[in-house]
Design a protein around this ligand. Structure first.
Ligand code: PLP
Length: 362
């Protein structure tokens, strides 16, 4: 219970997100966390609401300290922003140059890429491997004397495929040291594998050309609060910081701190994702649907139906899903592929039923 201006507000503390969206569509399109965020984070936010009239209550600084401890780096290696998206865009702006290029893969996450392109820079796309994973040889071949950034999203979005950790680390070490390697680990907590063996953050501690970004939007379920951060050397942070647009709000910083401390809820969320993802894969297998090996908050699957048609038909039935990206892709190559976010079991059953009906209609 919080008292604001004499008005008593009561909040229900539950793990499930409140149905606050104005439309009643089932949103399996934006990789939002349907399992909800930490009830302890919610309680802490409610408790702190009265502090909203202050600019700075030290909550962001406290969050930075906590994240430095979590990552095992000095606090000057952490930069927090309102979601991790701003870090991708700041980096693109900081390195923008019409003569230079960013190397990435076809069908990757586009926030950094799009911004670099908008700033007049060039993009060089490497093709994916046959199983839709990273082809590091193709990426190495794409690097030239004008490359300033190599962008890797692991697991990749929209394919969901995880890079082999040894191959990835070998590749990073092979990239010339004057090129920034940007590893976006937005979904890494959700893999079935050992997070500690996979994360590149320890390399960002020791190498001056590696930056790793994380978000509280996915596994932690705090998308609406907007918190993300980078782990990188002060040299990299100083390069991108001129384009900084401000920290997360104090409420977001409190939510993130409590979420980090609430390991039980994190485990609950990760297990819910893993279990539901495996459930949908089993159903896809039974339905004869091909999919890329998913290790994030979504599954990239092939139906044979044009992805836009499928999305439109799904929307008519009240379900939003996402499609393929066109970045660096031969037109039409992934036209029959779409991406569905992992939601609750009930949501996924509805999605699967609807998909079966649409596939019968063909
Ligand atoms: C791979 C990846 N990176 C970064 C982001 C940015 O998310 P946020 O700004 O909420 O941290 C997203 C959002 O969907 C994403 O999929």
């Amino acid at each position: 219970m919080s008292v604001l201006g004499g008005i008593a507000l009561s909040f229900s503390l539950s793990a499930e997100p409140a149905p606050t969206l104005k439309d009643s569509l089932i949103r399996l399109s934006s990789n939002e966390n349907a399992f909800g965020y930490s009830p302890k984070a919610q309680a802490a936010i409610v408790e702190a609401l009265d502090g909203g009239s202050y600019y700075n209550r030290n909550d962001v600084a406290d969050l930075v300290e906590l994240l430095a401890e979590k990552e095992g780096v000095p606090s000057d290696h952490i930069l927090t922003t309102a979601g991790s998206g701003p870090l991708l865009m700041m980096t693109a702006i900081a390195y923008a140059d019409p003569e230079k290029n960013v190397v990435t893969t076809e069908m990757g996450y586009t926030q950094l890429i799009r911004k670099y392109d908008e700033m007049g820079g060039q993009i060089k796309y490497a093709s994916l491997s046959e199983d839709m994973g990273y082809d590091f040889e193709a990426m190495s071949d794409a690097i030239d004397e004008n490359t300033v950034i190599v962008y890797i999203c692991n697991p990749n979005n929209p394919t969901g495929v995880l890079a082999d950790p040894i191959e990835l680390k070998k590749f990073i070490l092979s990239v010339p040291k004057d090129i920034l390697v940007f590893v976006d680990e937005a979904y890494l907590e959700l893999t079935d594998k050992n997070f500690g063996m996979l994360t590149i953050a320890p390399m960002a501690k020791s190498l001056d050309n590696v930056i790793v970004t994380r978000t509280f939007s996915k596994a932690y379920g705090l998308a609406g609060f907007r918190v993300g951060y980078a782990v990188a050397s002060p040299k990299i942070i100083d390069t991108i910081k001129p384009y900084y647009m401000g920290p997360p709000s104090f409420i977001a910083a409190i939510a993130a701190q409590e979420a980090v401390k609430d390991m039980d809820h994190m485990i609950y969320n990760v297990e819910a994702y893993q279990k539901t993802r495996a459930y949908v894969c089993d159903k896809f297998d039974a339905m004869g649907i091909t999919y890329a090996k998913p290790q994030g908050a979504f599954i990239y699957f092939k139906t044979g139906i044009d992805q836009q048609e499928l999305r439109d038909s799904m929307k008519e039935k009240g379900i939003l899903i996402s499609g393929s990206r066109e970045s660096g892709v031969i037109p039409g190559k992934y036209q029959a592929w779409a991406r569905v976010s992992i939601g609750t079991q009930t949501q996924m059953d509805l999605f699967l039923d609807t998909l079966s009906q649409l596939m019968v209609k063909g």
